[in-house]
Design a protein around this ligand. Structure first.
Ligand code: SDX
Length: 433
């Protein structure tokens, strides 16, 4: 971060003293105006609901260029990471800032794989849930509960504790997601296998039973691994901002990640993949697309084209392109090239991208538009789609949490407000109200 020669001057039409504010430059992307002294100098706050024009922090982890449709993890384009590496390499990169060499990768994979088991007592938490509980409610509960087991790694000011917590969270999320699935279908939990890759191990824990081992299909495992890479991190999105805000109070990392999971659950955020697939199933056929698009354009209908639009991307989400390719590979591997939902999704995308309503609002498919179709083809139930997103995003949350904790500038996050309620008034006796 460097000081710009240019300053911002805030002047007031009533002749109040103008205020000069510093401008900082990052390595790439928009400059920022430092408004930290604004309240002290003027007695006023800025007003930015939804943080449309607010940088909450400085970060070196992920960069998004919404106009170009670019996504970089530590400077590497997502297309290259998805094509040339695997999820644990991206985890190492996001966590440490550099891609691992072979020795570093081997050690990281060994360490993560040997933290995939959860404490045996964890299984008893599941028994408190209904079998049909939404997996995200189970994950919020069980990930938060991890803190009750790891008193040896809760001192967030100890770099070693931060490192151990990070590994434990990355490693145990697949186990907990698979346990949530097994619990929902009444099958016994399946223990992880250290000799399997991260994504193959997840598929094993999801689809093996005591009667039959899951047969690893490399194409499907590779597809899942790519889905995890695409969802790993995404700058200061709602759930990552939630994790940072929770972490700014000194809360332990397990509690912070549980808060991130809760936020990701929302249909406007990580819940969109589940909502997008339900939307496609509801539309049913290509013939129904025009009527659906009409409803979307009717503001009173409350109908949105789920999997479309993005706060930052005003061009095609680069992850959506890669997700569509992955979708085609998986369907081809399974002989489902003519999958009606995939054809419906591509027809809907084509129609939307040619429609004035979406073009003028720069609404393009986002990462969630195709991910549901791929996951359904992998055998993952719709209700678990956002759980997969959380499993992937855990590395992003943990990396951003670690960066925040070690930032000398970090303070507890405490926004203010524009108060529009009642002025001071006196309580009257109840008989006079
Ligand atoms: C994720 O932030 C991240 O990085 C998130 C994420 C990540 O990796 O962490 O990328 C993951 O959350 C992807 C987004 C998944 N959500 C959805 O697919 C749900 C559908 N999308 C919308 O809810 C919406 O597009 C948002 C929430 C994603 C973005 O909302 P914004 O930036 O607040 O934009 P907006 O709601 O102000 O929309 C601008 C206009 C509005 O119309 P006008 O008032 O100008 O007439 O576009 C319209 C909106 O009504 N619009 C849509 C639409 N999205 C926006 N209209 C129909 N369908 C949509 N999907």
């Amino acid at each position: 971060m460097t000081n710009s020669e240019v300053k911002a001057t805030l002047s007031f039409s009533d002749g109040s003293t103008p205020l000069e504010l510093p401008i900082y430059k990052g390595t790439v992307g928009p400059d920022v105006i430092d408004i930290r002294k604004l309240y002290g100098a003027t007695g006023m706050f800025t007003y930015d609901p939804g943080f449309m024009s607010t940088a909450s922090c400085n970060s070196a982890i992920t960069y998004i260029d919404g106009d170009k449709g670019e996504l970089l993890y530590r400077g590497y384009p997502i297309e290259q990471l998805a094509a040339k590496g695997d999820f644990l390499e991206s985890c190492y990169l996001l966590l440490n800032g550099e891609l691992p060499n072979q020795a570093q990768k081997d050690e990281f994979v060994y360490t993560v794989s040997r933290h995939t088991m959860v404490h045996e007592q964890m299984q008893f938490f599941f028994r408190g849930f209904r079998r049909d509980a939404h997996p995200m409610s189970v994950l919020v509960g069980t990930v938060g509960a991890l803190a009750s087991f790891y008193h040896d790694s809760l001192d967030i000011n100890d770099p070693r504790h931060r490192e151990v917590s990070a590994i434990r969270l990355i490693a145990k999320m697949p186990t907990l997601v698979a346990m949530a699935y097994k619990y929902s279908i009444g099958q016994p939990f399946v223990y992880p296998k250290n000799e399997l890759s991260f994504s193959a191990n997840f598929m094993h824990m999801m689809f093996s039973t005591p009667c039959e081992e899951y047969k690893v299909n490399d194409v499907l495992v590779r597809a899942l691994d790519r889905i995890l890479i695409l969802h790993a991190d995404h700058e200061q999105n709602a759930s990552t901002s939630t994790v940072r805000l929770a972490g700014s109070s000194g809360a332990n990392p397990f509690a912070c990640i549980a808060a991130g999971i809760a936020c990701l659950w929302g249909p406007a955020h990580g819940g969109a993949n589940e909502a997008a697939l339900s939307m496609l199933e509801e539309i049913g056929s290509v013939d129904n697309i025009p009527e659906f698009i009409r409803q979307v354009k009717d503001k009173n209908s409350g109908v949105k084209l789920m999997g479309f639009g993005h706060r930052v991307y005003k061009n095609y989400d680069p992850r959506a392109k890669l997700m569509r390719e992955t979708c085609y590979e998986v369907l081809a591997e399974l002989g489902l090239e003519n999958d009606p939902l995939f054809k419906l999704a591509m027809a809907l995308e084509k129609i939307a991208l040619e429609d004035e309503y979406f073009v003028t609002r720069k609404l393009y498919p986002n990462v969630d538009f195709y991910s549901g179709i791929v996951q359904r083809a992998l055998g993952i139930p719709t209700a678990l789609f956002t759980g997969i997103f959380a499993m992937a995003r855990t590395i992003g949350w943990v990396a951003q949490w670690k960066e925040m904790i070690s930032d000398p500038e970090q303070k507890i996050g405490r926004p203010r407000q524009l108060f529009i309620g009642e002025k001071t008034r006196t309580v009257k006796p109840i008989e006079q109200r």
